[in-house]
Design a protein around this ligand. Structure first.
Ligand code: GLU
Length: 548
């Protein structure tokens, strides 16, 4: 039997040979510096904040170099796939402005280097597996799971390295005739790479982020084709990244130790080895120790969490920029008038070790971002969030659109805008007292003011005799001052501080009475604007409520 026939027996029905695919997927016609990279998730539908960071970095590196960013779905492990997984991934990423030039789309795919879903590429993989078998660079392995387990136990007992390599690679030594007999008997098998590596030798490579790395050479005869006819991830990614002309493999650093296997595959397959950039994980402090942020333990690991909290996607993106490059914040401070998209990401400025995930910082960025929005933008964001998460608020915002925008406009669109809204799930908490439907105070923050008669007196005098809704801010303040002085309060803080015993209190105490009576809160944004929006009737009702 020729090797060709032998390979045919092991991998039957291979339609085209490798030369066919090499021609079918020609080099990309791009600038020399252009980065071609991919996001290659399993379709589990879940996007981890670490994966978002990775997709963000990859997309930006490709965009800023006029390269290509594509989506490849890695579903060779069919157990991990879920029905709508791909759709959820695409939708979630696009919310963060991460879009693909090429690859799988919601209703198909785009680009000439497809199919972009690994389970649809079985024929392609087989062509290359067959080629390796013909060249005696790969071989079938009939070891059962039990045999492999036994071998591992034995290795462990002997304190030897675990795995299928060297003298433990039993099936490597099978004769062709034995293989043929086994196959004809219907025995199941996998295909393994005949690793040319030597564990005692060092393998060094340069990671774009981490710099020079050194590992032992790979000598494991890794599985490249499983018994279900699908390749393993290792093999599939090598074929795909070669045929799709990936220049940079950008991914999480849990893959770092696989590089010796991966580059070995590229070499055995006679492919150009891509550049590798391994992104450090986001870490969390847990009981004094640092660990990777985890899907199981941390709700904020899921990107959906940010939608639920109502943290604007732009704020999350800004946060990702700060994590991605250590010089981003400095750049931002020096380039206040520039758009963030002008910032150029650099592998060399990416953290080489784990980065602490700083939720407070993210919230702070979010707060600043929201503070710079216009009132109608805050309204739209709030409405959108409420529509999904808070029906009551949604109804109010819809019913009182203009009024709500005015509420959001208090102390906004000015040099030092209000910063009370950190995320859109916060909105109700910050504005509830401006809506009668929500105004049902549990307690009034009167603080040291306890004399009910006095409170009544202040409100009656001020609202009936001095308050005029037509007043501008200066007039409003002067009127409040006059009312305060008439009732024995100091009209300015200086006078009060000099002789406190001469007064019932200061203008601040006076305005606190008014504020608490109208809102139940001792701290609010600008009282003048609040009063204007409430109007006389509603204020009157609130005073009655407060006095009860
Ligand atoms: N499918 C792999 C994953 O789920 C991708 C690894 C890579 O980007 O090479 O992490």
């Amino acid at each position: 039997m020729t090797r060709e026939d032998y390979a045919d027996l092991l991998v039957p029905n291979v339609k085209y040979d490798r030369a066919y695919y090499e021609e079918k997927y020609p080099e990309r016609n791009l600038d020399e510096k252009a980065i071609v990279t991919r996001y290659a998730p399993s379709p589990t539908g879940f996007i981890h904040i670490g994966a978002l960071l990775q997709a963000f970095i990859s997309s930006k590196m490709a965009n800023q170099s006029n390269g290509i960013f594509f989506l490849r779905i890695e579903d060779t492990d069919q157990k991990r796939s879920i029905e709508d997984g791909v759709k959820l991934i695409i939708e979630d990423l696009s919310k963060f402005d991460i879009n693909f030039d090429e690859g799988v789309t919601i209703d198909g795919e785009k680009g000439i280097y497809g199919p972009y879903t690994q389970s649809e590429r079985a024929d392609i993989y087989k062509a290359y597996i067959k080629d390796l078998i013909v060249k005696d660079l790969a071989y079938p392995c009939f070891c059962t799971e039990e045999e492999n387990n036994e071998a591992r136990e034995m290795q462990a007992a002997k304190k030897d390295r675990i795995g299928y390599y060297g003298r433990y690679a039993k099936c490597r030594r099978l004769h062709m005739e034995d293989v043929i007999e086994k196959v004809n008997n219907g025995e199941k098998f996998v295909v393994r790479l005949k690793s040319p590596g030597d564990f005692d030798k060092k393998y060094t490579f340069k990671d774009e982020i981490k710099g020079k790395m050194e590992f032992p050479e790979n000598d494991q005869d890794v599985i490249i084709l499983k018994s279900d006819g699908l390749p393993t991830y290792h093999f599939a990614h090598a074929i795909d990244d070669h045929l799709m002309h990936t220049t940079h493999v950008i991914r999480g650093d849990e893959w770092l130790s696989s590089v010796p296997i991966h580059t070995q595959l590229f070499r055995v397959l006679d492919f150009k080895v891509p550049k590798y950039a391994h992104i450090s994980p986001l870490m969390k402090e847990d009981n004094g120790t640092r660990r990777k942020i985890s899907k199981r333990k941390d709700p904020e690991a899921a990107v959906s969490y940010y939608h639920k909290e109502g943290i604007p996607n732009e704020a999350v993106r800004l946060y990702l920029e700060t994590v991605a490059n250590s010089n981003f914040e400095i750049w931002m401070n020096q380039n206040k008038d520039k758009d963030v998209s002008e910032f150029v990401l650099d592998f060399k400025k990416m953290p080489v070790g784990g980065t602490m995930f700083d939720y407070d910082k993210l919230i702070n960025i979010s707060k600043n971002y929201i503070s710079k929005l216009k009132a109608d933008e805050v309204y739209e964001f709030s409405l959108k969030h409420a529509k999904e998460y808070d029906e009551e608020l949604y109804d109010l915002l819809t019913k009182y659109k203009d009024y709500s925008i005015n509420v959001f406009n208090i102390e906004r669109e000015q040099k030092k805008p209000r910063k009370d809204i950190a995320c859109f799930s916060d909105v109700k908490n910050q504005v509830w007292y401006m809506f009668d439907e929500l105004y049902n105070p549990e307690n009034y923050e009167w603080q040291s003011i306890t004399d009910k008669e006095e409170i009544k007196n202040v409100l009656d005098t001020y609202l009936n005799e001095y308050y005029n809704i037509e007043d501008d801010k200066d007039a409003w303040f002067n009127h409040m001052k006059e009312a305060a002085m008439k009732l024995g309060y100091a009209g300015d803080m200086k006078a009060y501080k000099e002789n406190p015993e001469d007064y019932k209190g200061s203008i601040a105490d006076f305005s606190t009475i008014v504020r608490v009576a109208l809102t139940s809160k001792s701290m609010t944004p600008d009282l003048f604007e609040i009063m204007k929006l409430l109007g006389k009737d509603r204020m009157q009702k609130r005073v009655e409520m407060a006095l009860q």
